[in-house]
Design a protein. Structure first.
Length: 468
């Protein structure tokens, strides 16, 4: 499978390279051309003007200079585990300062999505630069009722280890930065994450078998046989074996009428329930931290040049209302390289390190798709691989092919720590994307990506800003 994935990724790059060579016969040779000059609205406006001119009417095609640039569109995406994703999303871009040379555009990105797996997710992310960028504020709010499939800690967890976990979530993140010199910021942050109505479907199923056995007067052997038939054979038996889960004491504890939850957790844990923190019905994960930021990007929606480096150190403590005490270190590095003067070909690089220490809840462990904009790990379902520590790399080639239309090719790789704390597996991914520039002044785009990963993993993604 890994060899076939390598072939697929090489084929994708061959395709995009061929398209690039073809495209160079057009506006690539024009030094005066820039993607800043065109968007879809320009094309519609010119088409309308041509019709009016043909009918004898006149119209100006010069657009009004807006202060707020907005897109609102339906969202359509897919991956095998969430199913079809439908919803509505958008982006609003605006400038909080008068001089565009001194103040970058700010943006607000709201979305609502529903999936055929009965997930409901509301998100609002915002990045705000005040006048002359004296302050920078990042804010993220998430509310969701989102059943999700999870497989346990590590980078090589097996498909049959899946269990559906159904949490309701309210999450709030606020980071404030003050500029100390050009492009350098320091700040503090607050994180609040509440999980409630948390249910592990497989664990509940095993508890039902145990309870029914008690009520019906079944022997311990009969109960264990029922659990093994439904949840052991070809499912969790390899997980229990790999983690040396000893089930020999079940009979004596069952006959002693030990609590059902204790019997299931001690002798038949799911990969989710095996983690010692954050697997009960509800908890709060609340913390504060410090931030260091360098940001020289020319645009936050679709950067053409510059670099971005963000270091965040957080502590989660009971005196902040947190159920668990832990520490996290999060580093986010990005760099953009122009391959020509008019920004029609760009190489973008991204690196992430997310490290946790202490009693980190399972659903707050570092994971692919767990970054600020939920865009890492294209080719995999968000959260497919997780661990106490995560390292991630991605490279993307971005090419503008015709005025408001472009394509991308990307490759990525990640590794997460195993239960023993070591990095043992590297999971690659790659894919292609399409870019449609809707508002040139804010570089607001509609992005469609398709990615593939190992073991047949794949996904289709839609967003309103670049992945990074």
């Amino acid at each position: 499978m890994l060899n076939s994935l390598k072939v697929t990724i090489l084929f994708l790059f061959f395709c995009i390279s061929s398209i690039t060579v073809f495209g160079q016969k057009g506006h690539f040779s024009d030094p005066n051309y820039s993607p800043n000059d065109y968007d879809i609205v320009d094309g519609l406006r010119k088409k309308k003007a041509a019709k009016l001119k043909a009918s004898g009417d006149t119209v100006t095609t010069k657009p009004k200079d807006k202060k707020v640039y907005t897109i609102v569109l339906p969202v359509v995406a897919y991956n095998p585990f969430t199913g079809l994703i439908l919803g509505v999303g958008g982006i609003g871009s605006f400038r909080l300062g008068a001089d565009p040379e001194k103040t970058r555009l700010s943006s607000v990105v709201p979305s609502y999505t529903w999936t055929t797996n009965n997930q409901n997710i509301v998100r609002i992310n915002s990045s705000l630069y005040t006048n002359e960028e004296k302050y920078y504020i990042f804010n993220s709010i998430t509310w969701s009722v989102s059943p999700q499939v999870t497989y346990g800690v590590g980078g090589n967890t097996q498909e049959q280890w899946s269990t559906q976990v159904s949490p309701s979530v309210f999450k709030f993140v606020l980071r404030g930065y003050k500029k100390v010199k050009k492009d350098f910021f320091v700040g503090v942050n607050f994180n609040y994450d509440q999980k409630y109505k948390l249910v592990d479907d497989s664990a509940e199923g095993m508890r039902d078998i145990i309870n029914n056995g008690k009520n019906d007067g079944q022997t311990a052997d009969q109960v264990q046989s029922a659990i093994d038939t439904k949840y052991g054979d070809n499912k969790y038996d390899t997980f229990w074996e790999q983690n040396n889960v000893d089930q020999n004491g079940f009979a004596s504890d069952y006959n002693a009428d030990k609590p059902t939850n204790e019997l299931q957790q001690n002798y038949y844990p799911t990969p989710f329930g095996y983690h010692p923190y954050g697997t009960q019905e509800r908890y709060i994960y609340s913390g504060i931290g410090i931030n260091l930021l360098y940001d020289s990007r020319d645009n936050i929606n679709t950067p053409f040049k510059g670099s971005y480096a963000n270091l965040i150190v957080n502590t989660y403590q009971d005196w902040l209302g947190s159920t668990y005490n832990s520490t996290s270190i999060y580093a986010d590095l990005r760099h953009y390289v122009n391959l020509n003067k008019n920004y029609t070909q760009i190489l973008a690089f991204w690196g992430l390190a997310n490290l946790t220490f202490g009693d980190t809840p399972y659903l707050n462990l570092p994971r692919i798709g767990g970054d600020d904009w939920y865009s890492s790990g294209r080719g995999y379902t968000a959260g497919r691989y997780l661990g106490e520590k995560l390292l991630y790399l991605e490279a993307e080639y971005r090419v503008n092919l015709y005025k408001w239309f472009g394509m991308t090719a990307f490759v990525n790789a990640h590794t997460v720590s195993e239960l023993n704390g070591e990095f043992s597996y590297v999971n690659p991914g790659g894919g292609l994307g399409f870019r449609f520039q809707v508002i040139k002044k804010s570089r607001s785009t509609i992005n469609f990506d398709y990615g593939v990963g190992k073991d047949g993993s794949s996904g289709a993604y839609m967003r309103f800003i670049s992945a990074f």
